[in-house]
Design a protein around this ligand. Structure first.
Ligand SMILES: [Zn+2]
Ligand SMILES: [Zn+2]
Length: 427
């Protein structure tokens, strides 16, 4: 009798769509708890690779939900695995947990208690939303056909100098390996979209980012007799100008790119010719080929301008950089109806990519991915500040909406029964 019942249960067809009324009710009921979690994390922000308290909180919550928990992963990260009752695809959801070295200026009851550190990129909300979605989905476990891997990632904003960290380290420590993740969702708070709206795109949604340094070699001498040395300052100035000609004259205008020199250092006195100049900058592209082309052309300009002036200059990229974040077409098309059911079609917007970068790109390089932007702007309440500012805040109405969106995306994806595209080969 028992056996027959089990067979029947296994043979029952999987539900086609997420049980929306149930998910909505659950998200609504947990709203005060979501707000409390977000504010708790907001008041106790931690920088990249130092998310000890946040990671501990996440691990405790996931364990309490009955998930398999790995912690710590990649320094302070957490992975929670939820196995549905029936077998099926493996889908991941990623939230980042790190804060920024920014002093909070908002006078709110949940103001940061950590001087000089603030959740100015909304990662407090990402963590609260994905924890909430884990709770909703854990309650629906018997109706899930497949496995959900919840990834809580440290150091999205970059690890401290000299340390490894972020998405790449999580991959290196096997977060995609067991169970083998076949697709992934990511999310970000977006102060350019009103709360209640969600943004998606096919193809790039964020740019690649590469940080570089240029060293121009000079030869020190008296400032009144420059011909007896080599002055690296005008050479550096010429390199800065020539680099902008790469952007405006050498690469197809159809390909977005940014090249910024953000710092120049050289010399220490008005009448001494400097012996070196170091410049630091960042480059952004939406395309892997343009990214490589830009790197090659920068190297050529740097070496060529220096040579023309009888000296040398070198270019180095300070780390591996981040590729563009790409939303895979088939996976995105299959997922957008889930967003539309939560937000309404008129509030589910196709958005243009931005030149900011996200290390979620490392996950999206390996499996089909969809990264969505959740609106948090509320003009009436004065919530309009950009991310990475002292004033950034969110309209917390995004929290239950975000939980519904993540739970619905995941449930629907598993209910579709198969990955929508073959996993990409490892780069
Ligand atoms: Zn950020
Ligand atoms: Zn961020």
């Amino acid at each position: 009798m028992l056996v027959a019942f089990a067979v029947l249960a296994l043979a029952a067809p999987a539900p086609r769509n997420a049980p929306e009324a149930e998910i909505r009710a659950a998200a609504l009921a947990m709203t005060p708890a979501l707000v409390a979690t977000r504010r708790d994390i907001h008041q106790n922000p931690e920088l990249g690779n130092r998310e000890v308290r946040t990671g501990g909180l996440v691990a405790d919550r996931l364990k309490a939900l009955g998930l398999e928990v790995r912690h710590p992963v990649a320094k302070t990260g957490v992975v929670g695995i939820l196995r549905g009752r029936r077998p099926g695809p493996v889908v991941a959801v990623r939230a980042d947990m790190d804060a920024l070295p920014i002093q909070e200026r908002n006078d709110v009851p949940y103001k940061s208690r950590n001087a000089g550190v603030k959740h100015a990129c909304g990662h407090d909300a990402h963590t609260a939303i994905v924890l909430g979605a884990a709770e909703v989905l854990a309650a629906l476990k018997d109706r899930l056909a497949g496995t959900v891997v919840f990834i809580f990632q440290p150091a999205e904003e970059g690890p401290p100098e000299g340390e490894e960290g972020g998405a790449l380290l999580m991959l290196k420590e096997g977060v995609f390996d067991d169970p083998r993740v076949q697709a992934i969702y990511g999310l970000h708070m977006d102060p350019t979209l009103p709360v209640g709206d969600v943004g998606w795109s096919i193809g790039p949604i964020f740019a690649s980012a590469d940080t570089f340094a240029i060293d121009v070699v000079g030869r020190k001498t008296h400032g009144a007799y420059p011909h007896t040395g080599v002055d690296p300052i005008p050479i550096a100035a010429e390199i800065v100008q020539a680099l902008q000609l790469i952007v405006s004259r050498q690469i197809d205008a159809q390909n977005p790119k940014v090249l910024t020199i953000g710092s120049i250092q050289g010399g220490n006195r008005h009448n001494i010719i400097a012996d070196a100049v170091t410049m630091r900058g960042t480059m952004r592209t939406l395309d892997a080929r343009v990214r490589q082309e830009l790197k090659d052309r920068i190297a050529r300009v740097v070496a060529g301008v220096a040579e023309a002036h009888g000296t040398t200059a070198s270019l180095r990229f300070v780390d591996a950089g981040v590729p563009p974040t790409r939303n895979e077409a088939a996976f995105t098309r299959a997922s957008v109806p889930s967003l539309q059911r939560v937000y309404g079609p008129e509030h589910t917007r196709e958005v243009a990519p931005q030149m900011g970068a996200e290390d979620f790109a490392e996950f999206a390089e390996r499996v089909p991915a969809l990264y969505v932007k959740m609106g948090v702007k509320n003009e009436e309440r004065g919530i309009t500040a950009m991310i990475h500012t002292e004033d950034f805040d969110i309209d917390e109405a995004v929290l239950p909406l975000g939980v519904r969106a993540v739970a619905t995306l995941v449930f629907d994806h598993l209910a579709r029964g198969a990955v929508t595209a073959a996993p990409k080969p490892q780069p």
